[in-house]
Design a protein around this ligand. Structure first.
Ligand SMILES: *[C@@H]1O[C@H](CO)[C@@H](O)[C@H](O)[C@H]1NC(C)=O
Ligand SMILES: *[C@@H]1O[C@H](CO)[C@@H](O)[C@H](O)[C@H]1NC(C)=O
Length: 130
C-alpha cells in the first residue's frame, strides 16, 4: 500500500495532466444543420409512384457541417412513416434537392416531408393521392 499522501500527489499530477491536455483533444467546433424544406409545400399534390424532387434551403448552411449526409422521411399526421425505410438517404445535404418516388401509402392530406441534416425539419402539409 502507498501512503495516502503519495496517492493524493499521484491524483493531483494526473488531474493536472488531464487539464493541461484537454484543450488539445477538444475537437474544432462544428455546426448543426437542420435544413428548411421548400418542396413539397402546403397544398402540393403527389400521386403514388410519381417521382419528385424534394428541395430544401441551404442558404443558411454553416461552413462546417457535423453531418453532411442527408435523409428524407415521410411523415403522416406528425408521425414518421417507416423510419426503417426512408425515402432517400446518404446523399449530400448541400445539394439542396433529391429525387424520391412517392411510396405506396394510403391517400391522405396530412403528409409532410422531413429532411434530416444533423437534425430535422418538416415542410408544409401536402396530399398524396392513389
Ligand atoms: C430532379 O432534379 C434533377 C436535377 O435538376 C433533374 O435532372 C430531374 O429531372 C428532376 N426530377 C424530377 C422528377 O423533376
Ligand atoms: C403551411 O400552412 C400552415 C397553416 O396554414 C402554416 O402554419 C405553415 O407555416 C405553412 N407551412 C409552410 C411550409 O408554408
Amino acid at each position: 500500500m502507498l501512503p495516502t499522501s503519495t496517492l493524493t500527489l499521484f491524483f493531483l499530477a494526473f488531474f493536472a495532466l488531464f487539464v493541461a491536455s484537454s484543450p488539445i483533444v477538444t475537437p474544432a467546433p462544428r455546426d448543426v444543420f437542420s435544413p428548411p424544406v421548400l418542396y413539397p409545400r402546403n397544398g402540393t399534390i403527389w400521386r403514388v409512384g410519381q417521382r419528385h424532387n424534394v428541395t430544401w434551403d441551404v442558404s443558411d448552411a454553416p461552413a462546417s457541417i457535423t453531418n453532411g449526409m442527408g435523409m428524407i422521411v415521410l411523415v403522416k399526421n406528425h408521425i414518421m412513416v417507416d423510419l426503417e425505410t426512408p425515402l432517400a438517404q446518404g446523399f449530400n445535404i448541400l445539394l439542396a434537392r433529391h429525387e424520391v418516388t412517392v411510396p405506396k401509402v394510403e391517400p391522405g392530406d396530412d403528409y409532410q416531408i422531413l429532411v434530416f441534416g444533423d437534425s430535422g425539419n418538416v415542410g408544409g402539409k401536402f396530399t398524396i393521392l392513389a
